[in-house]
Design a binder for this molecule. Structure first.
Ligand code: ADP
Ligand code: MG
Length: 728
């Protein structure tokens, strides 16, 4: 086994950067592999083009006849660009993406070969979907679901395959994917926000949610990563002593990018450009071998697709450069983990970012309306937000040193805090003329267009306002952004609907002027949602205590956090807004609970295997050497041998103690797993895996890591942290 480690190291040390072909100008290739507006105009009839655009912008249906035209154009374009196959590309509830490739190639009755791709094949497909998780929606004997074209996200060519973004739905109508609820939530928030916008601008007819994600990841040499069974199977290290040097010196963050890595990034970003993923920023992150990539924000549905696609592209290009990308939230203990910040805002069809402060009081009242409503929505639904970012892997990060805590709070900065404090004092009911003037000119009117003090320096806030958008920072790096985005759109939509009805009631019943009514409702929201606002340091006990006093939830583990996903309140929220039925909501919960237990189960097995089959035998081997040494010393020194063999004998005992702890730990952990597997419900199983199985990980790891320090480096079979994190 240690030979594997040393061979991997040798291989890694001999690597050279892989040459890449990068275009001089990114604009030359941007979107070249996307069936975008430009390509459509060239390959579609006027009518077909118009109907796709209509479907994209207004959600109108595309007739079957037009679909035939579109598919023909799409096929011609994709064959011209090197495609031989097509696939419906979808995002099942595994969180990843799925595809099944079919060739364009078809045989006619008379044996003639033609290239075929009809409207029917574009619009709908029936993948054999019985093995995708469905949380009990479909019994396997009626395991039929279909994928249906989503024209709001353009088709693209990946390699030699035309990929058509689709939704994935059961024959009974339930959504079997992450995208369908997202699309529904986007529609709902569009409607609700457009209605509210009309208070300020009658010309607004559509509001879109925007998303700019920031993807963090680790890049490890493929040979080194493959030399460790835990990295290979679980995507993270389950043991390994910290390297003497980690990230203490902060010398990696924003430092110069190593050349092998830089070439990888250039290559990967070129692929992104071809696919129309507008990546823009790249830099080193805090931990050694950790990096970040961020795009220019886009309409949320497209941004979600692009993030899923990006993760695929990153993996594929990595193997070309002999790297392995680790998306896991916490691949290495003791150094920072990875997240996926979700920057979110709302924008109108008139080009206004609703969370961007404006230059006039009226624009700022609109800004404040959306700003305060978002805070109120987060306040009322903090537990659901916590639930939506919960996963076995993200549990390692939330609350750890660098990440936002498991307590959801909102950071807005001191300038906006002052504004909200002022608004809180607005008189109940009708305002005096002086108050009106003062509010307009001095409170609302003076919000600076550029919010200077908007950075949460220590970045601990899970939900921070950063100048012209909110940033949900607690999302895990492996997550599909669709879930958090669906929740955010839904709660804000519900809040805006509520807001509108309250304002309308004040106008109608209390005869208040529109602005007065808005101020009155906002005042109450500011008061009601005050406890979610927190500007301080989110680390540690002080905030935990304070949050408890405020009545905020602090669900530290996934099994407890997930419960909010099926609370009466959540089920009603999604039902009322027609985003998910009760069955759809419950099935997702079931899938996640089961997935949680399975992940811990798998990790437990891997750890047991490595510890018993790799670590203990190595420790015994080394112990035997020590014993041999002691026996030899005894031969030479006779009775006096203890004087010279003292330290060796201590080591022999220490090794035995650790071996005992490891072996006992594994035996007990295996027992705990058996019990958990036999628990009376999936929920119980998950809870037991969390509370009864997982604690053994630390016990076993502790002794393994101690042995790593004791045993001869030559014998140690597992590639060490130092080697994983610092070999380039
Ligand atoms: P940082 O958060 O690191 O300071 P930026 O503020 O430049 O970086 O932006 C981070 C991300 O936020 C980028 O992906 C950017 O596209 C995105 N972003 C900027 N404006 C918006 C917006 N209005 N809606 C959604 N995302 C946005
Ligand atoms: Mg950011």
């Amino acid at each position: 086994m240690s030979t594997l480690r040393f061979n991997a190291l040798k291989e890694t040390l001999n690597r050279q950067p892989i040459e890449v072909n990068e275009p001089k100008r990114r604009s030359d290739i941007f979107g070249k592999n996307v069936f975008n507006k430009y390509a459509m105009r060239q390959h579609l009839t006027k009518q077909a083009y118009k109907s796709v655009i209509d479907a994209m912008e207004n959600g109108t249906k595309i007739s079957r006849e037009v679909a035939d035209h579109i598919s023909t154009g799409m096929k011609e374009w994709s064959i011209q660009n090197g495609a031989t196959h097509y696939t419906h590309w979808f995002q099942p509830l595994t969180g990843g993406t799925a595809e099944k490739h079919d060739a364009f190639f078809e045989l006619e009755m008379d044996g003639e070969v033609i290239e075929k791709f009809g409207g029917g094949q574009l619009v709908q497909q029936e993948p054999d979907a019985s093995s995708f998780p469905n949380g009990g929606i479909r019994n396997t004997f009626e395991a039929r679901g279909y994928t249906a074209w989503d024209p709001t996200s353009p088709a693209f060519i990946m390699g030699t395959t035309l990929c058509i973004p689709t939704v994935f739905i059961a024959y009974t109508g339930e959504a079997l994917d992450n995208k369908t609820p997202l699309l529904r939530s986007l529609q709902v928030v569009d409607q609700a926000a457009t209605d509210v916008c009309k208070y300020f601008d009658k010309n607004v007819s559509k509001v879109i949610a925007t998303l700019g994600w920031e993807q963090e990841y680790f890049l490890i040499d493929a040979a080194l990563a493959d030399s460790r069974p835990d990295l290979q199977l679980a995507g993270r290290t389950l043991l390994g002593h910290s390297s003497a040097k980690g990230q203490q010196l902060d010398d990696h963050y924003f430092g110069s990018i190593p050349s092998r890595v830089l070439n990888y990034m250039r290559d990967m970003e070129t692929e992104c450009m071809l696919l129309g993923i507008p990546v823009k920023t790249r830099h080193n992150e805090v931990a050694p071998n950790q990096f970040e990539l961020a795009p220019i924000f886009e309409e949320a549905n497209l941004a979600v697709d692009h993030n899923s696609l990006l993760m695929d592209v990153m993996r594929k290009v990595a193997s070309r450069h002999n790297f392995k990308v680790l998306f896991h939230e916490k691949p290495f203990a003791g150094v920072n983990g990875s997240g996926k910040h979700n920057n979110w805002s709302l924008a109108t069809n008139t080009g206004v970012n609703l969370l961007s402060p404006g230059s006039t009081p009226m624009k700022n009242l609109q800004f404040l309306t959306f700003f305060v409503n978002t805070i109120k929505a987060v306040h009322d639904n903090e537990e659901l937000i916590r639930a939506t970012i919960a996963s076995a892997s993200n549990d390692h990060r939330l609350g750890a040193n660098e990440a936002p805590p498991a307590i959801i709070s909102v950071f807005i900065g001191s300038q906006l805090t002052k504004v909200l404090d002022e608004l809180e004092k607005v008189t109940d009911g009708k305002l005096s003329p002086e108050e009106k003037t003062d509010l307009k000119l001095n409170v609302v009117g003076k919000i600076p267009e550029v919010i200077l003090d908007n950075t949460d320096r220590n970045r601990t806030s899970p939900f921070a306002f950063t100048g012209n958008k909110f940033e949900l920072r607690a999302v895990g790096s492996t997550a599909n952004c669709a879930n958090p985005m669906t929740v955010l759109n839904a709660i804000v939509a519900q809040q805006l609907i509520e807001f509108k009805s309250e304002v309308d009631a004040l106008i109608k019943d209390k005869k208040l002027k529109k602005d007065e009514a808005i101020f009155n409702v906002l005042r109450e929201y500011i008061k009601q949602s005050k406890k979610i606002r927190f500007e301080g340091d989110g680390y540690g006990e002080a905030w935990e205590k304070e949050a408890k006093k405020r009545g905020l939830s602090n669900n530290k583990t996934t099994p407890t956090a997930l419960k909010a996903k099926v609370s009466k309140k959540t089920i009603k929220l999604f039902e009322d807004l027609n985003i998910m039925s009760k069955i759809e909501t419950e099935s997702r919960y079931e899938i996640e609970v089961e997935e949680y237990a399975m992940r811990i189960q798998i990790e437990g097995r891997i750890l047991g295997d490595i510890a018993r089959n790799h670590v203990i035998p190595t420790a015994v081997k080394y112990q035997n050497r020590l014993i041999e040494n002691v026996v030899g010393l005894k031969e030479i020194y006779g009775k006096e041998f203890k004087k010279v063999a003292k330290e060796q004998m201590i080591l022999i005992e220490e090794i035995s103690e650790h071996i005992e702890k490891i072996n006992k730990g594994i035996t007990e952990m295996t027992e705990a797993r058996k019990k958990a597997n036999n628990a009376k419900s999936a929920e119980d199983t998950a809870a037991q895996y969390c509370d009864k199985v997982k604690p053994y990980f630390d016990v076993i790891r502790y002794s393994c890591d101690k042995l790593e320090l004791l045993v001869d480096d030559e014998l140690w079979p597992l590639t060490k942290y130092r080697e994983l994190l610092f070999t380039r």
